[in-house]
Design a binder for this molecule. Structure first.
Ligand code: RB5
Length: 145
């Protein structure tokens, strides 16, 4: 399991906290930036992180901006990406088990580090249930065609 990480300046500190958490858990990741607090444009980082997931460089992706909204919108424009904006563990778990989300987004100005790392764990540990959810996810992906 290799996780792609990306953020703008608004999500930079949260991304750093997530990196520490993944390191502690021994989970491999690749950081696609940004690498400091300087102001940048979130679509650039949502896109490059999502493309790392779709290319197979990484298995899943986590993106952060101030609210998580802008960077999730950008990631979801990359074909094949299902990026769920989450701010609590239940939705993070459901994002995988029902929606098979291959990315999640969080807001660095919305969730604290403790909530965020709980979200990461819940999402990474959850499994897609398939069955009726498979059909629904397929219907989402058909919209891209
Ligand atoms: C940047 O100030 C902010 O707009 C961005 O991080 C994000 O919240 C956008 O959705």
């Amino acid at each position: 399991m290799k996780v792609a990480l990306g953020s703008d300046h608004g999500g930079f500190e949260l991304k750093e906290a997530i990196k520490k958490h993944l390191n502690r858990k021994g989970i491999e990741f690749a950081d696609y930036g940004t690498f400091n607090n300087d102001s940048v444009d979130y679509p650039d980082y949502g896109r490059i992180t999502a493309e790392a997931v779709m290319s197979g460089e990484c298995d899943r992706g986590i993106v952060c901006c101030g609210t998580g909204i802008g960077i999730s919108l950008a990631a979801n424009k990359v074909k094949g990406i299902r990026c769920a904006l989450v701010s609590e563990e239940y939705s993070a778990r459901m994002a995988k088990s029902h929606n098979n989300a291959n990315m999640i987004a969080m807001g660095g100005r919305v969730v604290g580090d403790g909530i965020a790392t709980g979200i990461v764990d819940a999402w990474l540990e959850a499994e897609f249930e398939g069955g009726r959810h498979e059909r629904r996810v397929e219907k989402i992906m058909e919209i891209e065609e």
